[in-house]
Design a protein around this ligand. Structure first.
Ligand code: SAM
Length: 225
């Protein structure tokens, strides 16, 4: 199974299975994403697994990422002149918006090697510089990020708990943490303030609805005493 995956050239795979498409809420950014007219859209998780590939999260502009990107482009002060991590970047949408909004350096992290290739392609297509790394950075406390973006990363229970715990520790250490989320089950119920909400256009195949009310949140530092 993994031999098959190893034979795939990620950049070729992305170009063959996606189309460069304007992002609905963020028309300033175009991304290589799947559409219902392309075979990737039809492939089930089982078929992807048989090909040795994780689900293609990178092939969609998720509601959380769209909200985060819109917010950063409209409120660049959160990232201008700052070093930013786009954690669980997928297509790289939030990181691309941060770079366009004037971040001095953007790192985008992913655990899926095809996502890393897609971030590189999308950054190039949108004329921004992003350092895309294939790494699970959860738990890393000694990097020099000023701002961490986490868009639509609370979709699995144990993973979300681990991620949110780490993000909380980053906030306590003085890092600004912004999360984009459309009300996923495992998004934390407290410890944050809402900065903005958008009605984000999605597809019924992906989200069972055409619009998702999606917010950008800032995680709050732990209360003293
Ligand atoms: C639902 S997608 C969201 C992608 C993007 N942020 C967006 O909003 O469009 C979640 C992504 O998080 C990535 N991911 C999950 N756990 C991760 C980890 N520990 N480190 C880096 N990426 C991770 C997955 O591979 C997936 O691409």
């Amino acid at each position: 199974m993994f031999e098959q995956a190893a034979r795939i050239n990620p950049e070729d795979f992305i170009r063959q299975n996606t189309a460069l498409t304007e992002t609905p809420l963020v028309p300033e950014v175009s991304l290589y994403v799947a559409s219902e007219f392309l075979p990737l859209w039809q492939m089930t998780e089982e078929e992807m697994a048989q090909a040795g590939l994780p689900p293609p999260f990178w092939a969609f502009a998720w509601a959380g990422g769209q909200a985060m990107a819109r917010f950063l482009l409209d409120h660049p002060g959160y990232v201008t002149g700052r070093k930013v991590l786009d954690f669980g970047a997928g297509s790289g949408l939030a990181g691309i918006a941060a770079a366009k909004a004037g971040a001095t350096h953007v790192t985008a992290s992913e655990i899926d090697p095809i996502a890393v290739a897609s971030i590189k392609l999308n950054a190039c297509e949108n004329d921004v510089m992003i350092e895309a790394v294939e790494s699970d950075l959860v738990g890393v406390m000694d990097a020099d990020w000023d701002v961490v973006l986490a868009a639509d990363v609370c979709y699995e229970g144990p993973a979300a708990a681990r991620i949110v715990d780490w993000l909380g520790r980053l906030v306590a250490a003085g890092v600004t943490v912004l999360m984009g989320d459309p009300g996923r089950t495992y998004f934390p119920k407290s410890g944050h303030e809402k900065l903005i909400s958008y009605a984000v256009k999605t597809t019924r195949e992906l989200e069972d609805t055409d619009l998702r009310n999606t917010s950008v949140w800032r995680l709050l530092p732990p209360k003293q005493g």
